[in-house]
Design a protein around this ligand. Sequence first.
Ligand code: CTP
Ligand code: MG
Length: 227
Amino acid sequence: MIFALIVAAGKGLRFGEEIPKQFLMCKNRPILYYTIKAFEDNKNIDQIIIVASPDYIDLVKSYINKYELKKVTKIVEGGPTRQLSVFNGLKAIKEISSKGDKVLIHDGARPLISQNIIEENILALTSHSFVCTVQADADTTYLSKDQKSIDSILNREELFLAQTPQSFDFDEIYKLHFEAFKNNDINNTDDASLALKNNRKVFLVQGNKYNFKITKKEDFHLFELLI
Ligand code: CTP
Ligand code: MG
């Protein structure tokens, strides 16, 4: 079984609207709809699990009905950090998973995820347990420790920006999340970093620029232009 776990329990503090960014409307549909729909449309994805904060679970349920998203089997309560939201989703999958299952973990706030990236993640899982979508760095990149002046230039060839999906053998990533939770290490901003901390090799899959995360207003404007 291949699961998609979509995390949408954030508050969107950097975005700065009352309503969390993933619920803003564009062309008459919420951002989260576009994200879910990409996984719904992929023939290799069997089930979709959504993580949302308690206040928005009913709203997400209403989308599932209204837009007839048939692969969504669970809507789970989020936690105070992204990592804890993912862990809640993984716990819900654990109840229904069996050995050899895979999970693609994706940000609800990345609505322009392409079928190609989903396919590449699934393909990579046939030979790797830990997979991360990345975008090669195209710009000259500086290190600035005081954030005011340049300390050094980083080697662009070696730099990659993390995106999602980040995809895993289910049992492996569950184990790492469980251990991290037990050790009160709960603020990692993505899932591949848990693999890295545990000395696992993370295989890279190429993402693209369209798969940006809506973080600030300017990202939403770009999304509106693209959709
Ligand atoms: N997320 C989550 N639970 C949290 C925090 C984040 O499910 N406690 C989700 C967000 O909904 C988003 C993804 O993780 O889809 C990436 O997080 P981010 O872009 O940081 O979103 P927010 O945390 O909502 O934004 P901000 O950090 O600006 O508050
Ligand atoms: Mg955040």
